[in-house]
Structure formats: structure tokens, C-alpha cells
Write a protein that binds this ligand. Structure first.
Ligand SMILES: Nc1ncnc2c1ncn2[C@@H]1O[C@H](COP(=O)(O)OP(=O)(O)OP(=O)(O)O)[C@@H](O)[C@H]1O
Length: 512
């Protein structure tokens, strides 16, 4: 028997069979990938192992002994830790308070100083430095993830489940994470790695178990897989077209102008400094940079979620610098925000309700001042079919969908508004490879229709493949704007690290 065994595990929610007769065998010290399309049942299976859910059928074994896990606290006591897609931290508390929170060791709760020392030694050992005394809401997303991992290790996790850990990380941070994973497995710890990124699975994992529609398809040795195309085919069950076809076309009139946009936040930090660029009809402008270099603030200023301190945003010839969100959306702007749960959807509403949140004025949605639910439901059913949102029906609570399927309906809703301008921040985050390619094709189709697209992504391949021109941000400033043809990973990398293109020097540099 392997170190960890899940045998004939099934999990049924009200109307959904999320896992059906799943078998998983994992040896100690290996990195084991779980791969599957959005909604295949990966998170559910791991939530069973972590005690969030109880299986409807089947058995679990650890080190030859039958495993009964009451709840996550019990899982942690049995040496199983999990870092979820959406972190479980309390932002108002400090790092160390989050680490010791809920631990049964009363001593550790009282002696925060000793806990902080132990924590610091641990973060030193794994090269993941975090100040134990800062509040979590001051940490970047990458550091919050480090904290989640360290928190699990602090509690002596021997098995660490990482649910799409790289989705929110910069390439540099992915490098650090992989180093930590190697260090952990060398110490005999076991990693379960859920990911949609084929390259990463090929790079870091020893074995890969593929799930499809809740069932185990196969477990393969990763070194036996030829390339990511083969892995993608194994996941979907048929070949996936990975190439994109983008037409050559002349862009039209300017539809969005960002002029010397400056934004200083509440902590008096200049997050954007005189950012200038414009977007034409039928043009995709990629915004590229290491996370937290002004991208969020830029998008918030364009969409009316924040107001620029100086400078202007002009949308379709109207100065919208001080306009509110509603006005900007009504001008024909669609927004796929970065923070799916807080900005894009309401988890406790149904998919049907979520799908009309932005579109109450759409033709057909209302009749004599009332929502025409029959029409709305039919329309939304078609939308879900088109975007392959896996759900029993549109009355399901949005919060019950898998992460990737939530993202799909948000993208579907925004594109369904027939935007003149599409502002998309990480539109395919958390999507499986098939869905990612589908969404990328839809963005290219928008370009064909004449829509101007602002695309923020940390995936350089995606930025280079889709964009007509690329604006590189570093520390809130534009380092240069490259034409797609002249962009290379090396050039973009240097500019992301702060190297300026000719014409974008600082005034002080130009005087030297
Ligand atoms: N609490 C819940 N109530 C009802 N259905 C649920 C619940 N949690 C998950 N599901 C359903 O179970 C199925 C599997 O979801 P799960 O989140 O495990 O998929 P996943 O493989 O992790 O997907 P993704 O790659 O999109 O994160 C989905 O159809 C989802 O809608």
C-alpha cells in the first residue's frame, strides 16, 4: 500500500457528483500533480483529504492506517496541510497571529515572541522571508501564499496540498516556490500540486493523476510524457489546439486615452506616475509587469473604481477621469476584474442573477419595468452552454461552482455586453488549457469586431501572442511601449525589471 491512499472515493453534493469512485495513490516524498478540466473535481477531492468535506463513499489510508478526518483542524494534527486557491488568512491580524490562530497549544498563543522566533527561523530555512509583525493586509499576494505555506509547515505538515499555487505568482516567485518544493521533498515531505499549467507539471511533478468529470482517468509518470500537448490531450480526452491565429489589421480611431495618469494611494505611495498610452479600435494593448507595479491601480482608474490624482482618462472622446463606474460601463466598457470574488460576482446569488448584474438595461431583460425571468433564464442557459460553464442549471449558487467555472461565466457575461472597450485583467486565471485557449480566441474575435482591449497578464507568452502593442510597467511608470513584432521575453524581462527604452528615460537621466 502506498503512503497515502484514497480508495473508491465519491462525493455527491445536492445535484452534483463531484467525485465518483476516485482512486489516488501517492508515495512519500513525491510531488504528485492533480490535473483535470475546470470542474473535474480536483479541489473537492483535496477538500476531502483536508477534512473540509466528508466523502459520501470510499476510504482513506495514511501510512497503512485507516484515516478518519473530522475537520481541517484534525487534518492538520494528522500532518496534512492545504493552501487553498483563495487564502484563509485574516487580513487585520499580524503574520504571527495568523500563524498561531486556532492552535491548541495555548502556550504558543500566549508567547507570541517565541512563536515569532520559531517562525523566523523557519522562513530563513526555506528562503521565504516575511516579517512576523506586519499585518497581513500589507502583504503582497505572493507573500500571503508564502505565509500560508509557512503556516502549514509551522504546524508540522508532512503532506502539503497546493491548490493552483502559481496562479497568482510572478515568474520569479514561481522559481522560489519550486525551490521550496524541492527542499521539502528532499526532507521527505509529500506535495500534492493542483495546476492547469502544463509546463509547471512537466517541471516539478513526479507523477500526475488525471481526473475527468469527477473520475480518475489515469496516473502517469511525468517523465514518460513527451510534451505539454500530450499532457493536454490526456486531460481533455482529445487533441487541444494550442496555436492562435491572429489576423493582420490596421487599428481604427483612438477610443481610450490615458494621459499622464498619476495615482497616489491612501498611504501616500505613488502607485502610478504619468502613465501615458492610447488604444485604438480593434487593437489589443497588453499591460505587462511584475505583479503590483501599478497594474491594479491603472485598471481601477480606467474603470472608475479609483480616481486619478492627476492626469486624464478619455473614453470615446469624453473625459472620464472623474466618472463613476456605472457611467463608464454604460459607455460600452466591459470589465473582467482581477479579484473574482470581491469585484466580479456575488457568491450567494444564483448564476442567473449574477449574469444580469451588469446588464439590466440589455434588450430583452426587462418587460414593463420587471425582469423577464423566462427570457433571462433562456439567454443565460445559452451563455453557459457557449462558455461551457459546468453547472446543473443557472439557478445554482455561483459560490458552488468550481473556481474556473466562476471565471468562465464572468468572462461570458462581460463579452455578452458587446463592449466597445474590454478591460481584462488575468481573464484566464484558473482556467484549464482548453478554456484558456477558448477565451483567448474570444478576445481575438473582439479585436476583429473593432473592440479595443486592455489586457493585463503576468503570462508573457499570452501577452506576446495576443497584444498588438505592449506597455511595460515598472514601479508605476511606463518603461516603454513595444510593438508586438519587436517584443521578446528577454526585452520584456529587462524592462519589467526597470530598464527603460530610448525615449522613456527619466528627466534627470536625460539631463546627464
Ligand atoms: N459546495 C458545493 N456545492 C455544490 N456543488 C459543488 C460544491 N463544491 C463543488 N461543487 C461542484 O463540484 C464539481 C467539482 O468542483 P471542483 O471545485 O472540485 O472542481 P475543480 O476540478 O477543482 O475545478 P477548477 O479547476 O475550476 O478549480 C463542480 O461541478 C462544482 O460545481
Amino acid at each position: 500500500m502506498a503512503y497515502l491512499e484514497m480508495k473508491h472515493v465519491s462525493k455527491y453534493f445536492d445535484r452534483v457528483a463531484a467525485n465518483v469512485d476516485v482512486n489516488l495513490s501517492i508515495e512519500k516524498g513525491e510531488v504528485h500533480a492533480l490535473l483535470g478540466e475546470n470542474g473535474a473535481g480536483k479541489s473537492t477531492l483535496m477538500n476531502i483529504l483536508y477534512g473540509v468535506y466528508h466523502q459520501s463513499e470510499g476510504e482513506l489510508f495514511l501510512d497503512g492506517e485507516k484515516l478518519h478526518i473530522k475537520d481541517p483542524k484534525d487534518a492538520i494534527e494528522k500532518g496534512i496541510g492545504m493552501v487553498h486557491q483563495h487564502f484563509m488568512l485574516i487580513p487585520e491580524l499580524t503574520v504571527i497571529e495568523n500563524v498561531v490562530l486556532g492552535m491548541r497549544e495555548n502556550k504558543a498563543i500566549l508567547d507570541l515572541k517565541a512563536a515569532a522566533q520559531k517562525f523566523e527561523a523557519m522562513s530563513e530555512k526555506y528562503g521565504m522571508h516575511i516579517n512576523p509583525w506586519v499585518k497581513v493586509d500589507m502583504l503582497t499576494v505572493g507573500h500571503q501564499q508564502r505565509l500560508e505555506i509557512l503556516k502549514a509547515l509551522y504546524r508540522n505538515a508532512n503532506i502539503l496540498i497546493l491548490d493552483e499555487p502559481t496562479a497568482v505568482l510572478t515568474p520569479q516567485e514561481v522559481g522560489v516556490l519550486f525551490k521550496v518544493i524541492r527542499q521539502l521533498t528532499a526532507e521527505g515531505k509529500t506535495i500534492i500540486f493542483i495546476s492547469h499549467k502544463m509546463n509547471e507539471i512537466m517541471e516539478i511533478c513526479d507523477y500526475c493523476t488525471v481526473l475527468r468529470r469527477g473520475r480518475t482517468v489515469q496516473t502517469v509518470k511525468v517523465s514518460d510524457i513527451k510534451d505539454k500537448q500530450e499532457l493536454a490531450t490526456l486531460m481533455v480526452g482529445h487533441a487541444v489546439e494550442l496555436n492562435m491565429h491572429k489576423s493582420i489589421k490596421e487599428p481604427g480611431n483612438v477610443i481610450l486615452k490615458v494621459d499622464k495618469l498619476t495615482y497616489t494611494n491612501k498611504l501616500k505611495v505613488d502607485k502610478l506616475k504619468e502613465v501615458t498610452f492610447d488604444i485604438h479600435e480593434g487593437e489589443i494593448v497588453g499591460i505587462c509587469g511584475v505583479d503590483d507595479n501599478g497594474q491594479s491601480e491603472l485598471i481601477k482608474c480606467i474603470t472608475g473604481n479609483e480616481t486619478a490624482t492627476k492626469g486624464h482618462v478619455t473614453i470615446l472622446d469624453e473625459d472620464c477621469t472623474h466618472a463613476g463606474v456605472r457611467h463608464i460601463l454604460d459607455k460600452g466598457v466591459s470589465h473582467i476584474p482581477e479579484d473574482r470574488h470581491n469585484m466580479a460576482m456575488i457568491k450567494n446569488l444564483s448564476i442567473n442573477e449574477n449574469l444580469i448584474l451588469m446588464a439590466l438595461k440589455k434588450d430583452g431583460y426587462s418587460k414593463h419595468g420587471f425582469i423577464d425571468w423566462k427570457w433571462v433564464t433562456k439567454h443565460n442557459q445559452e451563455l453557459c452552454r457557449e462558455y461551457e460553464v459546468k453547472t446543473p442549471d443557472v439557478n445554482e449558487l455561483a459560490g458552488n461552482l468550481s473556481g474556473g467555472n466562476q471565471q468562465k461565466f464572468v468572462v461570458g457575461r462581460e463579452l455578452d455586453r458587446n463592449p466597445k472597450i474590454l478591460v481584462a485583467m488575468h481573464p484566464d486565471r484558473g482556467l484549464d488549457i482548453g478554456a484558456t485557449k477558448y477565451i483567448q480566441r474570444r478576445i481575438l474575435a473582439e479585436r476583429e469586431k473593432g473592440t479595443g482591449v486592455v489586457l493585463v497578464s503576468t503570462e508573457l507568452d499570452e501577452i506576446m501572442e495576443l497584444s498588438d502593442k505592449i506597455v511595460v510597467l515598472n514601479n508605476g511608470e511606463v518603461m516603454g511601449i513595444l510593438d508586438q513584432k519587436e517584443a521578446t521575453v528577454e526585452k520584456l524581462g529587462l524592462m519589467m525589471a526597470g530598464e527603460r527604452m530610448p525615449g522613456y528615460e527619466k528627466e534627470s537621466d536625460a539631463l546627464d
